[in-house]
Design a binder for this molecule. Structure first.
Ligand SMILES: Nc1ncnc2c1ncn2[C@@H]1O[C@H](COP(=O)(O)OP(=O)(O)O)[C@@H](O)[C@H]1O
Ligand SMILES: [Mg+2]
Length: 332
């Protein structure tokens, strides 16, 4: 131990800088170790460790672990989950799959992009009829990026008072900026559709516009904001260009429908010929409706103790869905 060390120790003590004092003690330990005084060096290191342990707060009092779970009023507006759905498990049109992998790629390499003054694609608008995979896509994006999915219950955001709506959106976007995640603003249409007010599209646009202005605030967390809607009417050029990607969803083609059936039936077999025969029955059904019919056929097979799906039953289920859809659509 040198005079220089002692002086430094005294200085740190005088300044009340305990961290510096301990690190000087450790550097003395290192000097002693190099000089071959292993025992002295260890004794010194242990003493430092004891002091550090004593200073460390008890585990319970430790800094709060940031929980990806909204608190307070946000709890009534935002639902959080950690989905496991993968993009590869979805049957998507090639153009849609491309757009989505572009987003994932940019998000994964966001550090590189930021080094070059760029930000990753993070604002998506998903448009299309119900049951075509908008919600599922948001879940898959979250899973791909290992991020929490925050579903914003738009119904609880909307208020007849614009000021209230804005302050709730403020809460949401404060979280967007502080907790990285996929934020799904689901079903904008929920606002008015049920009230049947002809001004609803106008109101939806108004809210969409305030969402857009919140979206434009810098967001260093690179959270992804996904707005999903059934209403194609909201889509115009001015709106679309404020999103990094606008993705349109539609009912599946016959091939896509068959592919969804196949993945959904899983280990339950259905003769290739029977599968082909179902093509006609898929027409007009959404991805969601096909999945439900397939699930129902699988349940029946399980209960019947069969490993094979009854093509007749599946066809009946699909037709039943179709009939329901036709009835429902003529009413609304
Ligand atoms: N592209 C797809 N590939 C496979 N299954 C899909 C696809 N799109 C939808 N589904 C199925 O349909 C269900 C409903 O889709 P969802 O994402 O909720 O539709 P949306 O949000 O557009 O109304 C999903 O839970 C999933 O089982
Ligand atoms: Mg949905």
């Amino acid at each position: 131990m040198t005079i220089r060390h002692i002086l430094a120790l005294l200085d740190s003590h005088a300044e009340g800088d305990e961290e510096r004092l301990l690190s000087i003690a450790l550097s003395i330990a290192a000097t002693e170790a190099r000089a071959g005084h292993a025992d002295d060096a260890n004794a010194l290191k242990k003493a430092v460790q004891r002091l550090r342990d004593a200073r460390r707060p008890a585990p319970m009092a430790a800094a709060p672990i940031p929980m990806a779970r909204p608190r307070g009023e946000l709890q009534t507006i935002v639902e959080s989950s950690y989905p496991k759905t993968r993009l590869s498990g979805m049957v998507l049109a090639p153009a849609t799959a491309d757009k989505l992998s572009r987003v994932v790629r940019q998000q994964e390499a966001r550090a590189t992009l930021r080094e070059h003054g760029q930000t990753p694609a993070s604002h998506l608008l998903l448009i299309g009829p119900p049951g075509t995979g908008k919600t599922m896509t948001s879940a898959a994006l979250a899973a791909e990026l290992r991020l929490p999915l925050f579903t914003v219950k738009m119904e609880s955001v909307f208020s007849r008072y614009m000021g209230e709506t804005a302050s709730k959106l403020r809460l949401v976007f404060d979280q967007v900026a502080s907790v990285r995640g996929v934020y799904l603003l689901d079903e904008f249409d929920a606002v008015g559709a049920r009230r049947g007010d002809p001004n609803d599209v106008g109101e939806m646009r108004r809210i969409l516009n305030s969402v857009l202005s919140f979206m434009e605030e810098p967001n260093s967390t690179d959270s992804i904001v996904v707005a999903a809607t059934n209403h194609v009417e909201v889509l115009d050029h001015a709106l679309a260009r404020r999103f990094d990607e606008v993705i349109e969803y539609s009912l599946p083609s016959a091939d896509e429908g068959i592919a969804i059936l196949k993945t959904r039936l899983g280990k339950f077999k259905l003769a290739a010929k029977a599968l082909k025969g179902l093509r006609e029955d898929l027409g007009g059904l959404s991805q969601g409706e096909i999945v439900r019919a397939a699930d129902s056929a699988v349940r029946e097979a399980i209960l019947d103790g069969h490993t094979e799906i009854s093509a007749d039953h599946l066809a009946a289920m699909l037709r039943d869905r179709k009939a329901f859809r036709d009835r429902f659509h003529t009413v609304s």
